[in-house]
Write a protein that binds this ligand. Structure first.
Ligand SMILES: Nc1nc2c(ncn2[C@@H]2O[C@H](COP(=O)(O)OP(=O)(O)OP(=O)(O)O)[C@@H](O)[C@H]2O)c(=O)[nH]1
Ligand SMILES: [Mg+2]
Length: 541
């Protein structure tokens, strides 16, 4: 068995080394390409941890720490590791360890730039016996800090959602206080997680612990769990007079997690927070902080509090967790989920959409007044004139409505508005056209004219003795008559619409040919008249 000191010392290399060296260490399971904003599951690495013979069929408990970057998440996890190794060794003395021992495990460091990327889990899965004697597998998970300067809201939401969906104890690491924006972020991220899960009949996630670091008001709410719980009760209280938005956030948190707790942790001392040489030695950490750690960590990792991961009411084994990881990452790699956006972008979009919708209403209502529903047929020229007038009115309304996001941003919505108005205009044109009596009766009129003309032609040809031609004309009269009756039946019954369409297009074709022929001959006559005039003119001279 590996001693805690040796185990954590072995882990000081980068995430992934543990797989190669065979020594316990952090393993990268979700890889993030920060430039491309893409996520990848390191399936092989994850499988080699979760499919180990002795734990693969045990129900799994996943303890994850998530929150903003540079707030001591990995540092805190390393104390959990110390505790777990100490328990594993069956140690009885102080688990916090030697005052001169540097803190190792998940990679942590000082400085302002982010350290942990993607999602890492500890390569060694711990087996813990629950009060009833049942053995469970405990996995520790470290996550990339949210809100660094290279990640979009979607990137942060994806990491947070993935860790929440795959963990049974989510520790939401916060600094100094629980602010309203912390709750809003939590709401956004957990909703993003809930969206990716299949039908959920119960609360989708299990334990959520608000871990408030550097708590500075112990005189109001004392350090630890008790102070934390009363502080949380106050923060998450839902009151009747509260604004709906504030109530929603609180109700959402209660509806997502079956168990919500809070712990107030004191400041660890200036050495920890500001010294570049601090390497995690206990002697440099404030005693208040160490005292509270000794309550917090045994509480979180108390076998009675270690809830097995459950999805839709069934417990998940290590083997099952691997499958869930595979399924969830696929959802976040796909394009089905909406993209969570920054507050400004989402608000700007909503502003622009609302302005475009009301502008469209202005156009539509005005056009309805002129040519909608029961209004009589309007000449196409006048309709176009009205369209231009009301389109301008709508665009002016859109432009003068105050919107967030700037001019270039709203230009996109203006173009979309114009396209939608043009589509509406096309529909108005069609509707108006259908009110034209001639267009309604065009087909029967053409058929009827054809019948009359062919009947006369048949009479005339019969009269001059061309019996065969007359018979031919009679046949054609018969066919046109059948077409006319069929057309009438189709219009009445609404059946065989393709056939009706064919008759309409046939009639339209004949009419087009006839009018163009007539047009040509009229043009020829005009041309003749014009061309013929000069000589006449000359003659006149
Ligand atoms: N003020 C303060 N600093 C802390 C606390 N715990 C750890 N630190 C310091 O915070 C710095 C960052 O610690 P990390 O554990 O790497 O922080 P992280 O949240 O994992 O950071 P990322 O991986 O970049 O998201 C280190 O210098 C720690 O010494 C704490 O409770 N309060
Ligand atoms: Mg970290």
């Amino acid at each position: 068995m590996l001693s805690p000191q040796r185990a954590v010392a072995a882990a000081s290399g980068g995430a992934g080394d543990a797989m190669e060296t065979g020594k316990p260490g952090p393993v990268q399971v979700v890889l993030v390409q920060k430039d491309q904003h893409s996520f990848e599951l390191e399936e092989k690495a994850l499988a080699s941890i979760l499919l180990q013979d002795h734990i693969r069929d045990l129900d799994v408990v996943v303890v994850s720490v998530a929150g903003a970057f540079r707030k001591g998440k990995s540092f805190f996890l390393d104390f959990m590791l110390r505790y777990l190794y100490f328990q594993k060794e069956g140690g009885r003395s102080n688990w916090l360890g030697d005052s001169e021992e540097p803190l190792t495990g998940f990679s942590w460091r000082g400085g302002s730039d982010p350290e942990t990327t993607g999602i890492q889990i500890w390569s060694e899965v711990f087996t813990v016996e629950k009060p009833g004697g049942k053995k469970v597998a405990v996995v520790l998970m470290d996550t990339q800090g949210a809100f660094d300067s290279q990640s979009t809201v979607k990137d942060c939401a994806t990491i947070f959602a993935l860790s929440t969906m795959t963990s049974s104890v989510q520790i939401y690491n916060l600094s100094q206080n629980i602010q309203e924006d912390d709750l809003q972020q939590l709401q956004l991220f957990t909703e993003y997680g809930r969206l990716a899960m299949d039908e959920i009949f119960q609360k989708p996630f299990q334990t959520l612990m608000f871990l408030v670091r550097d708590w500075s008001f112990p005189y109001e709410y004392s350090y630890g769990l008790q102070g934390g719980m009363s502080f949380l009760d106050k923060r998450l209280q839902v009151k009747e007079h509260q604004h709906e938005e504030i109530q929603n956030v609180r109700n959402h948190i209660h509806s997502c997690f079956s168990n919500v707790t809070c712990f107030l942790l004191p400041h660890p001392g200036l050495q920890v927070a500001t010294s570049p040489d601090f390497d995690g030695k206990l002697k440099d950490i404030a005693s208040e902080f160490k005292e509270q750690l000794q309550t917090l960590i045994p509480f979180v990792l108390n076998p009675a509090n270690l809830m097995e991961k459950e999805i839709n009411g069934s417990k998940v084994t290590c083997r099952g967790l691997l499958e869930y990881f595979k399924a969830y990452i696929k959802i976040y790699q796909g394009e089905d989920l909406p993209h969570p956006k920054s507050m400004l972008q989402a608000t700007a979009e909503a502003n622009n959409l609302a302005a475009a919708a009301s502008a469209k209403d202005i156009y539509y209502n005005n056009m309805e007044e002129v040519c909608g529903g029961e209004k009589p047929y309007l000449s196409p020229d006048i309709l176009e004139e009205k369209h231009c007038e009301f389109k301008q009115l709508a665009l002016d309304h859109f432009k003068k409505t105050k919107k967030m996001g700037g001019k270039d941003f709203s230009l996109r919505y203006q173009q979309e508005l114009e396209e939608e108005i043009n589509e509406l205009y096309e529909n108005f044109c069609k509707h108006n056209g259908s009110k034209n009596v001639f267009s309604t009766f065009r087909t029967p009129a053409v058929l009827f004219t054809g019948i009359v003309a062919l009947y006369i032609a048949s009479g005339l040809t019969g009269f001059v003795g061309l019996e065969v031609v007359a018979q031919l004309f009679n046949c054609m009269v018969g066919l046109l008559l059948i077409a006319l009756l069929t057309w009438g039946y189709i219009r009445y019954s609404g059946q065989y619409r393709e056939l009706g369409g064919a008759i309409d297009s046939g009639a339209a074709y004949v009419l087009e040919q006839a009018t163009s022929h007539m047009g040509n001959s009229t043009q020829a006559a005009v041309r003749e008249a014009v061309v013929g005039r000069p000589p006449a003119d000359k003659k006149a001279q």
